[in-house]
Design a protein around this ligand. Structure first.
Ligand code: GLC
Length: 434
């Protein structure tokens, strides 16, 4: 039996392998998709203009930010000191339960407005300040303060928002809740916020990446290369929200295909479904289920524990990576050391591929900006996968080294906490400061 599971694990490792050759091929395809997206041609990368550029670092003021896009929503008040430094006046986290993210538009936006109200009262803050709104979904912006949601991602399904201006919807909820004096001046993606936050302090930063519930990145593009944007713009760069979770020129396993078929948005967000925190546990669960059905695992507890879709969260998978006992603690029957080892091995295989794909996506954007790596690049990265998943960052560093070899040191991954919300505040402040 031990031998059979070893063979199964080896087969899984083989189909999930993402080699240097795969990486180099992905970079070529990624460049093509970026170019097509910038030209407005068919592409799996949306390449969305953000109507903002990197800050100068001297922006000042007190601003409010709403940061929404994962399992939590945060409201924060910050003070920009004008020397690249930001002081947080207050921050409060609200959990976004399933019944909020699957309701109708009015219930959803009223909930956000209520959270803002609670926050302002608790911190005794002015109700007429400017607000930056980080809304981390694919939005086609028509200006810095308006944008239409293309499609929900990451399991959100609120009715009545796709195809509508999200700032308009939030403003209406503000009105319903007596918050009409708040001025929603900036609509921002979390990747844009992360890039802006890091580059407020360090001008060498030119990529913002999220590796959390979802995955995506934003970078400053030369305005003459954004062929699809014909409008006026007062700078030679504009930040582009790549929406790289949609990248689809990447080989998938039968497990990826099954996950995609059974998801809320089949066919969409293919790379995100191979890389991000919302999905890694589920890929591992599908493999574990298959192994159980093949008779490789002894304890029935494994079947019970892993039978429900999305019951194995990436957080649990990450805990397992460091401590196998989490299963036995909630199982009905004790699970053998060998079985736990095999489950951990599956988790390692799935997360290693994710980290290598994420690193390759970073390499793709960096070489789009700077083909021969002539300059240094600081990559602002936020999200629980990068920060907390054991071994994830290390696997990314190894992949970058395989790709760039001696030039690898030109690329520095830098953890940037809470950049998504703070970035929206910096952008909001920069608008009144210009
Ligand atoms: C999803 C969203 C994207 C966001 C990312 C990270 O991919 O579509 O807008 O940036 O998640 O939160």
């Amino acid at each position: 039996m031990t031998q059979a599971i070893d063979i199964f694990l080896q087969e899984i490792a083989d189909i999930f392998a993402f080699t240097r050759k795969d990486a180099l091929e992905m970079i070529v395809a990624f460049h093509e998709e970026m170019e097509n997206g910038l030209k407005g041609k068919r592409s799996s990368l949306k390449m969305l203009p953000s109507f903002t550029r990197r800050p100068k670092g001297n922006e000042k003021g007190n601003v409010l930010a709403i940061d929404l896009g994962g399992t939590n929503m945060r409201v924060l008040a910050v003070r920009l000191l004008g020397n690249g430094k930001v002081e947080t006046i207050g921050v409060k986290r609200f959990s976004l339960e399933k019944d909020i993210v699957s309701k109708t538009e009015d219930v959803f936006f009223d909930f956000i407005a209520d959270c803002v109200s609670v926050f302002l009262k608790e911190h005794d803050l002015d109700f007429s300040c400017e607000v930056g709104f980080t809304f981390s979904f694919p939005v086609v912006q028509t200006s810095i303060s308006s944008g239409i949601l293309v499609s929900w991602t990451k399991g959100f399904t609120v009715e009545g928002v796709e195809g509508h201006d999200v700032v308009g919807l939030l403003s209406k909820a503000f009105k319903r809740k007596g918050l009409e004096s708040l001025k929603l001046v900036a609509l921002v993606n979390d990747t844009v916020g992360t890039l802006v936050t890091k580059s407020y302090a360090n001008p060498l930063c030119d990529l913002g990446v999220i590796l959390g519930t979802g995955t995506n990145a934003a970078y400053p593009e030369r305005i003459d290369r954004i062929k699809k944007y014909k409008g006026p713009w007062d700078s030679d760069e504009m930040i582009i929200n790549i929406e790289w979770g949609g990248f689809d020129r990447i080989k998938r396993t039968i497990y990826d295909e099954k996950l995609d078929r059974d998801s809320e948005n089949p066919g969409n967000q293919r790379m995100e479904k191979m890389v991000s925190g919302r999905y890694l546990g589920e890929i591992a669960r599908l493999i574990i289920k298959e192994a159980f059905n093949k008779g490789f695992f002894g304890a029935k507890a494994i079947k019970d524990y892993f039978s429900k879709p999305y019951s194995l969260t990436t957080e649990k998978l990450s805990l397992l990576a460091s401590d196998g006992d989490t299963i036995n603690a909630s199982g009905t029957e004790s699970i053998s050391y060998e079985d736990i080892w095999a489950i951990k091995e599956i988790g390692r295989t799935v997360s290693k591929r994710a980290a290598r794909i994420a690193a390759t996506a970073i390499a793709s954007v960096v070489t789009h900006m700077d083909r021969n790596l002539a300059s240094e690049h600081i990559i602002a990265v936020d999200g629980s996968l990068f920060e907390k998943y054991r071994g994830f960052r290390e696997h990314m560093e190894i992949m970058l080294e395989e790709i760039f070899q001696d030039s690898k040191d030109k690329i520095q991954l830098s953890l940037t906490h809470d950049g998504s919300g703070i970035g929206a505040a910096i952008i909001a402040a920069s608008l009144s400061f210009r």
